[in-house]
Design a protein around this ligand. Sequence first.
Ligand SMILES: Nc1ncnc2c1ncn2[C@@H]1O[C@H](COP(=O)(O)OP(=O)(O)OP(=O)(O)O)[C@@H](O)[C@H]1O
Length: 313
Amino acid sequence: MCAQTENAAPEPDSETAVLSLDGLTKRYGDTVANGDVTFDVTAGEIFGYLGPNGAGKTTTIRLLLGLIKPTSGTAEVLGADIRDRRALTEAKANIGYLPDTLGFEDRLTGRQVLDHFARMRGDERRDELLDLFRPPLDKPVETYSSGNRRMLGIVQAFMHDPELVIMDEPTSGLDPLKQDRMHAFLEEERDAGKTIFLSSHILSEVQRVCDRVGIIREGKLVALEDIEVLLERGGKQVWVHLAEPVDSGQFTTDDMIDVEVVDSTVRFTYTGEYNELIAHLARFDIEDIGIGDPQLDDIFKHYYGDDATPGAE
Ligand SMILES: Nc1ncnc2c1ncn2[C@@H]1O[C@H](COP(=O)(O)OP(=O)(O)OP(=O)(O)O)[C@@H](O)[C@H]1O
């Protein structure tokens, strides 16, 4: 599959660009943590920033929040240039941030942590969020499970009702039920007009909640697509059970990838015209057939190759 770059991405509407990255580059010695990363995130979408460990996701997030400085290039966050410290500080009053590692003062209770953030930015949605996410507020944070730490982090990220929320691996440490609650919550926030930027190495999470995805590999943006387009480009997953065994040379066409033949069963990903597939299949004696949508992790493999380590769950 042909990887999309920023050049081929749909033109964003600059009026509604909440995040706008322009050649964002961060080098650490010889390591290019982010290399010329360019894309926009528009208002009211859940944008998934997908890549395996070390791809550069946290670096992008830290650059966007002004926690580190770019080597070159820049970005605008809610209209503020990240190199303009004062403008960025003002913009951050309207941003929620859930870091990958929550840097709370561990001896404080959850309530004290929230009080601290409330003094800085407000907390008009605190009670509503605590009803949903329920961290044990009167215990010191050092006694929290990783799931409860994340719950507290989510409450602090959203309680001042920000326009944009940036989340670094938001569901790590959450059990499946809490992950579901979190995903449903993010969808509600998006429907209410909020913009969510979340990084993830979990393909199923991005597939489930995100409207668009940027895939980052070794610091470079290798794809930028609507989830639906990405899934469409990934073709169809097909399996057929034939009346007689067949060898792969007899069956395979140029539009089939990842062909697997076991006796009389063939599985493959089909990327061509459907009429041609049907004409091709009509030459065989077929006993059963299944055609379905591909999983994002299959598509991901095409970007990353066979040595991909996407860490899919
Ligand atoms: N302060 C630093 N000094 C040197 N190298 C760094 C620093 N921070 C990040 N890197 C390197 O930059 C690259 C990108 O790291 P980054 O943490 O952004 O990746 P990531 O996609 O967020 O990965 P993970 O999911 O593991 O956090 C890695 O090779 C990392 O080792």
